[in-house]
Design a protein around this ligand. Structure first.
Ligand code: SF4
Length: 278
């Protein structure tokens, strides 16, 4: 039997009707964009618009309407229209996912990319899938999040002195962005890192890609980064310095993907131990 996919469909918290993907500025909780937000259509646009942003809220807005990677735009929007049966009655965000949390954080979390039926559905980093359940429960235990469970944007979740970002902002097929897609998306992360630098004390890199991407972004931004490049590992640490010389501790953690949490490669205790280093 074919599941119906109502379009528009009601947001699970607010009840407001949305088409999938969600039009910018149409009322989705915490949508940073408006219909007038400039849309990046290729890598040069991403670079130009990111550099022109004067505050992190502008980066959030510009990221959330970006269309620079044709394969990812097609994929994220196809997923939003077809949806998983379990979420057939919900609208899907279907747009790039902006950073979430404090605008001037003490701690930055760097993940990989949105999940097709998680953040690509809810519009918020790590929200709506098992990876997010693990991460936010751990952040709650450590005092960074004000609640243990969260399922949808608009539920009031607040992060204390923490911001979550990703090297790639669109859900990729098989969770595997290409090298070119990572390079195209990099200026968004570079700009966020620059805005976060004053007052930043530590960065949690989730997985090898989060680790290497953070080191590369820091180097591009004029930070001091150890050579040779520090090796990734769970609870690995490296000391970086912002362009003004302020120290920032980089901490590695195995990613909170189900591949790691289901198999026991990453346990709650291990994740708590890595977060305790921040
Ligand atoms: Fe834009 Fe990044 Fe999404 Fe590519 S992955 S379309 S650069 S937001």
């Amino acid at each position: 039997m074919t599941e119906s996919r109502p379009d528009p469909a009601p947001h699970p918290i607010t009840g407001q009707l949305f088409r999938s993907p969600v039009p910018p500025g149409s009322g989705w909780p915490q949508d940073p964009a408006t219909p007038a937000t400039a849309v990046a259509k290729d890598g040069r646009d991403v670079q130009r618009i990111a550099v022109a942003c004067t505050e992190v809220a502008e980066v959030d807005a510009a990221v959330s309407v970006c269309r620079a990677c044709p394969r990812l735009v097609q994929w994220r929007e196809d997923v939003a229209r077809t949806r998983r049966a379990a979420f057939a009655d919900q609208p899907y965000w279907g747009r790039p996912v902006p950073g979430f949390g404090a605008q001037q954080p003490r701690v930055l979390v760097v993940g990989l990319a949105p999940a097709a039926h998680g953040a690509n559905r809810t519009g918020r980093m790590f929200t709506g899938d098992r990876s997010g359940e693990w991460l936010y429960a751990a952040l709650y235990r450590a005092g960074f999040a004000d609640r243990e469970r969260t399922e949808h944007a608009g539920d009031g979740l607040t992060l204390h002195q923490m911001r979550i970002v990703a090297p790639v902002r669109c859900a990729p097929p098989q969770n595997a962005p290409t090298a070119q897609e990572k390079a195209t998306c990099a200026p968004w992360l570079d700009r966020e890192l620059a805005f976060a630098a004053p007052g930043l004390r530590s960065i949690l890199a989730l997985g090898q890609i989060g680790w290497t991407t953070t080191l590369a972004a820091a180097r591009r931004g004029g930070w001091s980064v150890p050579r040779p490049r520090p090796a990734f590992g769970h609870a690995a640490q490296a000391l970086l310095a912002t362009p003004d010389g302020s120290p920032v501790r980089l901490v590695g953690s195995y990613h909170v993907s189900q591949q790691n949490t289901f198999t026991g490669r990453l346990t709650e205790r291990m994740l708590d131990a890595a977060i305790a280093l921040l």
